[in-house]
Design a protein around this ligand. Structure first.
Ligand code: CTP
Ligand code: CA
Length: 232
């Protein structure tokens, strides 16, 4: 194998990454999900590991392999993802890439829900899931660097800035998921390319469209740069 001769800028740094969707059960055979592929989150975990970080990936259900050199914990629901993340604290940095389901059903039926003649479809009562990023952003063991993502179909920057503040993040990686840039094999959710803006207190940096692997490498470099200034 070829030797990776790049400097291990993140050696000794412990970094938590979340990736993929979450699945919220309705009954033993049904669940609510979203179209996140996990590609961007897994690529970020891999890129951080290539820089020598001790990466702990918490992944929802995805159809891609665990990244090389990354300790991966597999979860299904938002509640499980939150528990897994909090178990992994303290950390030097945390990157929240997962498309966490915003709501779960108020209760999971113990048996498969049956059609009942004349009754019509069941009403699903939904309750809000905990915000994992906000929990860590305001945690007493808050990592020195907290990075979130924002998937928006409108008012990208304004919404990303609001999330930055509310969730206690240092950076929000803002993603336009509207229309053709949105969902499907060529879109942000499911595809291999991404176009992001990095929103922080110091302003907005627009990155050109590139592959998710390139976004990951560039974000890993930015994280390494930032952690260096925090440590010394
Ligand atoms: N996030 C999280 N836990 C949640 C919801 C979101 O950790 N329950 C994280 C995501 O991983 C992402 C960021 O928060 O890093 C923003 O997610 P997003 O869905 O864009 O924001 P929400 O706060 O859920 O707002 P909305 O979906 O209404 O835009
Ligand atoms: Ca959401």
């Amino acid at each position: 194998a070829l030797l990776d001769t790049r400097p291990k800028l993140l050696a000794g740094c412990r970094i938590i990454v979340t990736s993929g969707p979450t699945h919220e059960p309705i009954d033993p055979v049904r669940y609510i999900a979203n179209r996140s592929s996990g590609k961007q989150g897994h690529a970020i975990a891999a890129a951080l590991a290539r820089l020598g970080a001790d990466v702990r990936l918490v992944s929802g259900p995805v159809n891609i392999a665990d990244p090389a050199g990354v300790a991966t914990v597999h979860v299904e629901t938002a509640a499980e993802m939150k528990d897994a993340v909090e178990q992994l604290l303290p950390a030097d940095a945390a990157v929240f890439v997962a498309a966490v389901a915003d709501w779960r059903t108020a209760g999971t039926a113990g048996e498969k829900i049956k059609k009942v003649a004349g009754e019509g479809p069941p009403a699903l009562r939904m309750i809000e899931n905990p915000d994992i990023l906000a929990g860590v952003g305001h945690h007493r063991q808050r990592p020195g660097l907290v990075v979130g993502f924002a998937a928006e179909t409108q008012d990208l920057i304004r919404n990303a800035e609001a999330k930055l503040k509310k969730k206690g993040a240092d950076f929000i990686v803002a993603n336009d998921v509207s229309h053709e840039s949105g969902v499907g094999p060529t879109g942000v959710m499911g595809g291999d390319r991404n176009k992001v803006r990095i929103v922080s207190k110091s302003g907005v940096e627009e990155w050109p469209e590139m592959t998710k692997d390139e976004v990951a490498a560039r974000l890993a470099a930015l994280i390494a740069e930032r952690l260096k200034t925090i440590v010394v």
